[in-house]
Every structure is written in C-alpha cells, then in structure tokens.
Design a protein around this ligand. Structure first.
Ligand SMILES: NC(=O)c1ccc[n+]([C@@H]2O[C@H](COP(=O)([O-])OP(=O)(O)OC[C@H]3O[C@@H](n4cnc5c(N)ncnc54)[C@H](OP(=O)(O)O)[C@@H]3O)[C@@H](O)[C@H]2O)c1
Length: 264
C-alpha cells in the first residue's frame, strides 16, 4: 500500500521526471502534471509496473489559473488528498530584455511565480487542516543574484526562494514543511528551451545530472530542511553574493551571461 500521494509538476522531463521516479521508489502514489500527456502516460505506466504504486496523469497548462482550478477540483472529486506537493515546472529565457518576446516572459511569470503560488495556496491550505504535509519548491541558484540577460528568470527564482523561506517559517509547528531547492546547471531540456546552450556561464559551471538534483532535493524535503543547494560548487556560488559588493557582482555576471555577438 502506498505511503502517501505526491503531486509533481513538470513530470514529463528533466528534474521533475527524476523526482517522480524517486518518489515512486519510496512508495508514494503520484499525480503527474505537465502539458505533454503522452510522456506522462508513458512514465505513469512504467512507474506503476516497476514500483507497484498508482500514478494519475493530469495534463495541465499551468500558465492558466483556471486549469489549475480544474486540476484541484478533479483531485477533490476523486478523493485524492495531496500529501506532498512538488512545484518543479519552470521555464527560462535568455537574451536582452528589450529584445525578448514579452509573451514568453509573461508566461514565465505565470508559470514560475503565479502557478507555484496558487498551487501552494490550494494544497498547503488542505495540508494545514490535516496537520501534515511536505512542499518542495524548485528555485535555482539564479535566485541568489540578479541575472543580466535573464532578468525575468532570475527575478522569478528570487521570488520562489523568498516565498518558500517565508512560508517555511510561517508554517512551522503546523505539521507542514516547505523546502526550497536551488540547483545550478543540470542536464535536462531546460537549456534548449531557454536558449542558453552555448552560453559562457554554462561552459564555466559544472553540469549535474537531473537524478543528482532530484535526489538532493528530495532528501532535503524528507528531512524537512528549509533550503538545499545541490553540489558543493553551486553552494559556493550561492554564498558568494553575501561577500561580494553588488556592483562588482553585477559587472562579472553581465560578462558571464552576455549573449555572444551582442553589444548590449
Ligand atoms: N536544468 C537546469 O539547469 C536548472 C537549474 C536550476 C533550476 N532549474 C529549475 O528546475 C525546474 C525543472 O526544470 P528542468 O531542468 O527539469 O527543465 P525541463 O526538462 O525543461 O522540464 C520542465 C518541465 O516543466 C513543464 N512545463 C513547462 N511549461 C509548462 C506549462 N505551461 N504547464 C505545465 N508544465 C509545464 C515541462 O513539461 P511540458 O512541456 O510537457 O508541459 C517539463 O516537464 C524548473 O523550475 C527550472 O527553472 C533548472
């Protein structure tokens, strides 16, 4: 029999896919959420067979708050309480702010910020009523600094970091914990989607695999820790802004993150 039910957003690839596999291995039933239903169904079939758990697939575009309502109501009607919420789905976009597609950036805010906040509101409220639950939010080391040429992405992850830490403190003693994971670069579809493949900062930083990130993030969540930065190098990067003057930090970041061939 399954221990509890975990809902994972962005389960169709990368870190969310690996988190789903590890949660199934730990004996949790799953609710798998993303837009690509075919991929989710394939994963659900594999996990049910391999780990003797039940995996419910719900295809949702999380940039639409009404679709999030539909997801929540479906689970309520099917009497599936969510004990673990993993807010993992996220997108990025690399390039000069004034040249970037505003639609892409508005959708990024909808997904990285609004969907994460709304899902947390819905499921944390139920968890607090039951006096039990765990929430894992996937931010990024980008959340520790402003990001020239990824200004909206870094700001969205700074939001996730701040929001998660605040909520962790607020919910202390309620039986519900909030953990925020801040990975550095990880191999997934993210960099192709965000257009960062070939970027200088990616070449200079170690690339973890999605399983390593998933494992470190879940381990911190299971220990009800407030924050985890997977990988020693990434942890050093995360503390650097505390000792580096902001002007110097921004100067270095601008060089590292500037798209090649552009003057701005
Ligand atoms: N990879 C990195 O270097 C890195 C570093 C730090 C933090 N992160 C963070 O880690 C998280 C996972 O990223 P990843 O690296 O695993 O990237 P990924 O392989 O591109 O996975 C992103 C996931 O989000 C889902 N998604 C995207 N837009 C969606 C939407 N509108 N509605 C529902 N689901 C949506 C995608 O599924 P569908 O396309 O099927 O909808 C996919 O499952 C993100 O929050 C990212 O910001 C990644």
């Amino acid at each position: 029999m399954a221990l509890t039910t975990a809902l994972v957003t962005g389960a169709s690839s990368g870190i969310g896919y690996e988190i789903s596999k590890l949660l199934a291995e730990q004996g949790h039933d799953l609710v798998l959420v993303a837009r690509r239903e075919d991929r989710l169904k394939q994963l659900a079939g594999y996990l049910e067979k391999e780990f003797d758990i039940s995996a419910r697939v719900i295809a949702v575009d999380l940039t639409d708050l009404e679709e999030i309502d539909r997801l929540y109501i479906t689970l309520e009607q099917e009497n599936i309480p969510v004990d673990i919420l993993v807010n993992n789905a996220g997108v990025g976009n690399w390039g000069p702010f004034t040249a970037n597609s505003s639609q892409k950036e508005m959708e990024m805010i909808q997904l990285n910020v609004m969907a994460l906040t709304y899902l947390t509101k819905l499921f944390a409220t139920d968890m607090v009523k039951r006096g039990l639950g765990k929430i894992l939010n996937i931010a990024s080391i980008s959340g520790f600094t402003p990001g020239p040429y990824m200004a909206v992405y870094n700001a969205s992850k700074a939001y996730v970091l701040s929001f998660s830490e605040a909520l962790h403190a607020e919910l202390k003693g309620s039986g519900v914990s909030v953990t925020v994971s801040c990975p550095g670069p990880a191999a997934s579809e993210f960099h192709q989607q965000a257009g960062t493949t070939g970027a200088l900062f990616l070449k200079l930083m170690p690339m973890m695999n999605a399983t390593q990130v998933a494992r470190a993030s879940l381990s911190a969540m299971n220990k009800r820790k407030i924050l985890v930065v997977p990988g020693t190098f990434n942890w050093l990067i995360s503390v650097a802004p505390r000792v580096t003057p902001r002007k110097i930090m921004l100067f270095i970041l601008k060089i590292l993150m500037r798209p090649r061939g552009r003057q701005r």
